[in-house]
Design a protein around this ligand. Structure first.
Ligand SMILES: NC(=O)c1ccc[n+]([C@@H]2O[C@H](COP(=O)([O-])OP(=O)(O)OC[C@H]3O[C@@H](n4cnc5c(N)ncnc54)[C@H](O)[C@@H]3O)[C@@H](O)[C@H]2O)c1
Ligand SMILES: O=C(O)C(=O)C[C@]1(C(=O)O)C=C[C@@H](O)C=C1
Length: 363
């Protein structure tokens, strides 16, 4: 049996556990420092076994996945370096920053074990084992950060195991990882939070802000609801990269102010034009980056019960709906519903069914 230990069975750790559990020859052990969490992991059935003993979880493991917040990663690598791990054990992590943990894994003597950093580029604003899903990593990119000291054989063993996630594996050096992911993930999270807090401030004096906030605001701010502790650690860990990115961001904001002050309509058009072109080239269906789910949009008349009707149509056809959002709905004006599914197959079936039922549905 190949023993896989998962430290921190939350959104990411739980989703990995679900990818591995029940696969022939694999057994999955969950570790938490809290008894109540261990009980929850067992109750939800995401692991074969769970324990609060770090030693029990780690010893004899062929693979150890550290899925705790970034601020706790180095402390766990250090704790593991003090144990008698199985020779050839691969320690990996899923942290959203890679340079500091990779440096720690390299610096410490791991007594026959190896550290290879990892980061699945998939996730959600939700957290905890309750949000874990078998399909979270499907078609997403999963970054590995081996270095010159990583053996080809160890890397291959980890890659072979990660096949169960159905993600696309890519290798990147840890410094480039932090620069790129800082720009495409950490900066957007800061912007979303700053934007929500700006509007929250206005809303304190006038509740209409909250009431009128529709599709645009919701789309750009979904990630502002992400876990505060997880994101505190990510931002602090990648602060040098982020301080530089924030300077560049200030430049972008300033450019807009200049365009408005000088009534430069051409420049505004061009800004939207170039942004639209770049965005439309982004590959669709990459979960965790732009699309976290498989979505379609349905035009609906604004009358009571319509959402219930659509949900029960899908339910009767055994199509699993994972989310439903009202994008727009005003009196006497048709609204738009966004329906989200976890798989392409569910999306295709739902679109076919709703089209047959007479709804206008599009992607
Ligand atoms: N959320 C995302 O979208 C996302 C995506 C990719 C990677 N990550 C990375 O994955 C890691 C986990 O994030 P998540 O979103 O799964 O968070 P989460 O809060 O859902 O899960 C974290 C888990 O770690 C446990 N934990 C916290 N502190 C611990 C400690 N000191 N010792 C043991 N267990 C502890 C928690 O109880 C929880 O089960 C982070 O390093 C994060 O950067 C997150
Ligand atoms: O889709 C989301 O909600 C995410 O925040 C996922 C996301 C991202 O920014 O793309 C967040 C953090 C990760 O480390 C990787 C992926």
């Amino acid at each position: 049996m190949t023993k896989i230990a998962i430290f921190g069975v939350g959104l990411i750790g739980g989703s990995l556990a679900l990818c591995f559990k029940g696969k022939p020859g694999l057994t999955v052990v969950g570790y938490s420092n809290r008894q109540s969490s261990v009980e929850k992991y067992m109750k939800r059935g995401v692991v074969d076994y769970a324990t609060t003993s770090l030693q029990e979880a780690a010893e004899g493991a062929d693979f150890i996945f550290l899925c705790v917040p970034v601020g706790n990663l180095e402390e766990y690598v250090t704790e593991l370096s003090k144990l008698n791990l199985k020779p050839g054990c691969i320690i990996t992590d899923v942290g959203s920053t890679k340079a500091s943990v990779a440096e720690c894994g390299k610096r410490l003597e791991l007594n026959g074990a190896t550290f290879i950093g990892g980061h699945p580029m998939a996730g959600s604003e939700r957290s905890g084992v309750e949000a874990a899903s078998t399909n979270l990593f499907e078609n997403a990119f999963y970054v590995l950060t081996p270095d010159e000291s990583t053996s080809v054989n160890d890397l291959e063993r980890l890659r072979n195991l990660l096949v169960h996630t159905r993600a696309h594996l890519v290798s990147v050096d840890s410094k480039s990882h932090d620069e790129i992911v800082g720009a495409i993930s950490h900066l957007p999270h800061m912007i979303a939070v700053a934007l929500v807090n700006q509007i929250r401030g206005y809303n304190e004096n006038n509740g209409l802000y909250e009431l009128l906030a529709a599709g645009g605001f919701r789309d750009i701010t979904r990630i502002a609801a992400s876990d505060p502790v997880v994101w505190r650690d990510i931002l602090i860990n990648n602060r040098e990269v982020l301080l530089k990115l924030l300077k560049d961001w200030n430049g972008e904001v300033e450019r807009f102010a200049v365009m408005l002050e000088s009534l430069d309509g051409d420049a505004i058009e061009e800004a939207f034009q170039t942004a639209g072109e770049f965005r439309s080239k982004l590959p669709e269906r990459r979960k965790g980056m732009i699309h976290s789910l498989y979505d379609c949009y349905v035009d609906v008349p604004d009358h009571p019960g319509i959402i219930g009707n659509i949900a029960s149509e899908l339910g009767s056809a055994r199509i699993n709906l994972s989310n439903i959002n009202i994008i727009e709905s005003r009196e006497d004006v048709p609204g738009v519903l966004r329906l989200s599914f976890r798989t392409q197959e569910d999306l295709d079936q739902a679109m076919l069914l709703l089209d047959k039922t007479g709804y206008t549905v599009r992607q």
